[in-house]
Design a binder for this molecule. Structure first.
Ligand SMILES: *Cc1c(COP(=O)(O)O)cnc(C)c1O
Ligand code: SF4
Length: 347
């Protein structure tokens, strides 16, 4: 479909939804969440791809893709690097030895109230079950979010745990995605974390500035700007194509408020397993003032085997990246191993 097919004068009603996907009307982030695509058949239809009834059987892990992200996918291209991350395929149904439901040992690390305490000095609050996009390779695709309490009253035990352990200097908000909480609810949670004297740093792990950049509201930026805590935001982008001008502007709003912004990516077959893709991503990030932090080896979660890249291949890619990029643009290549006291460096 050419852009001219999407001109206001194009009358074919068949193109209506597709044109909208290619250039969605700007709305508030909550509306953007509400109008996200929730079925594989709809996603395929919008992008001009043939239906795949086999793949739809993979929808036990439900589909969720905001139009803001769909608009960055090239219609008609089944190999598009953004599409690959959200498109269900029959590959997900294949059993692969070693690919299990809780690959990173989150279940035994749970301390109640949605708290994970695996590493020294840092505790992670699973703030909310919702995500702004459902990534087919997600290590938490089988995490029992609903039992982990996304409502604010359930934070009390997590906050109490942090209060009781003076070694915890940094609180991470993760999820799901903590920025699916409203600004009010988030501000209240931050108030309660700030009230714990020994906490010095707040870290927010989120994909929202990438998926729905208008989530970086003036209210949010203002609250973070006025925190007594040092605030770090860690976004999650796997390919330069995800970072359009609206995303750059959202990242800029965070940085202007003095917030340090890092990126983590996952090494994914068919998405970013080439030196060109990884180099473009890093350069796009550093040019936007974002430091590439981690490149994660895929967690071996059931249903994600087709995204696996061999570690040897990963090491080669990192070596090539180091030869091409400034040192600060080369992410740490790590794997998460259950029971370890940090992410484990690979190369
Ligand atoms: C990854 C992770 C962290 C943060 O680790 P860093 O190496 O500091 O980024 C903290 N807690 C949990 C449970 C984690 O999985
Ligand atoms: S945004 Fe993160 S937690 Fe949510 S589905 Fe994607 S990888 Fe998983």
């Amino acid at each position: 479909m050419s852009p001219s097919d999407c001109s206001p004068t194009a009358t074919a009603p068949k193109n209506g939804a597709r044109c909208f996907a290619a250039n969605p009307r700007q709305v508030g982030w909550q509306t953007a969440m509400k109008r996200a695509i929730r079925s594989q058949s709809e996603l395929r239809r919008l992008l001009g791809l043939a239906a795949d009834p086999q793949a739809e059987r993979a929808e036990a892990f439900p589909t969720f893709v905001p139009l803001e992200l769909v608009s960055r996918i090239t219609p008609g291209d089944p190999d598009d690097p953004i599409l690959r991350q959200v498109l269900a395929t029959a590959d997900e149904l294949a059993e692969r030895p070693g690919f299990v439901s809780d690959p990173v040992g989150d279940l035994p690390a749970q301390r109640g109230g949605g708290l994970l305490h695996k590493y020294d000095g840092r505790a992670l609050i699973v703030t909310h079950g919702a995500c702004a996009v459902h990534c087919r390779y997600c290590f938490r695709r089988e995490f029992p979010y609903l039992e982990n309490g996304s409502r604010k009253q359930s934070w009390a035990p997590a906050l109490q745990y942090i209060q009781d352990d003076e070694s915890i200097e940094e609180v991470l908000l993760s999820g799901g995605d903590p920025l699916t909480l409203t600004d009010d609810v988030l501000a209240e949670l931050i108030d309660r974390i700030e009230a714990i004297d020994h906490v010095r740093r707040l870290r927010i792990h989120t994909r929202l500035p990438i998926a729905i950049p208008q989530r970086v509201t003036a209210e949010l930026v203002d609250r973070l700007d006025h925190s007594r805590l040092a605030v770090w935001v860690v976004v999650h982008s796997n390919h330069a194509q995800e970072i359009d001008f609206r995303v750059v502007a959202a990242l800029d709003r965070l940085r202007r408020a003095g917030i340090s912004v890092l990126n983590q990516a996952v090494l994914l077959a068919g998405v970013n397993d080439s030196v060109d893709a990884l180099a473009s991503l890093s350069l796009k990030l550093v040019d936007s003032g974002v430091v590439p932090y981690y490149l994660h080896q895929l967690d071996r979660v059931r249903g994600a085997g087709h995204f696996w890249v061999d570690i040897e291949r990963g090491k080669q890619l990192l070596e090539q990246l180091r030869a091409r990029l400034p040192g600060y643009a080369v992410p740490k290549y790590v794997i998460e191993q259950a029971g370890e006291n940090s992410k484990t460096p690979i190369a």
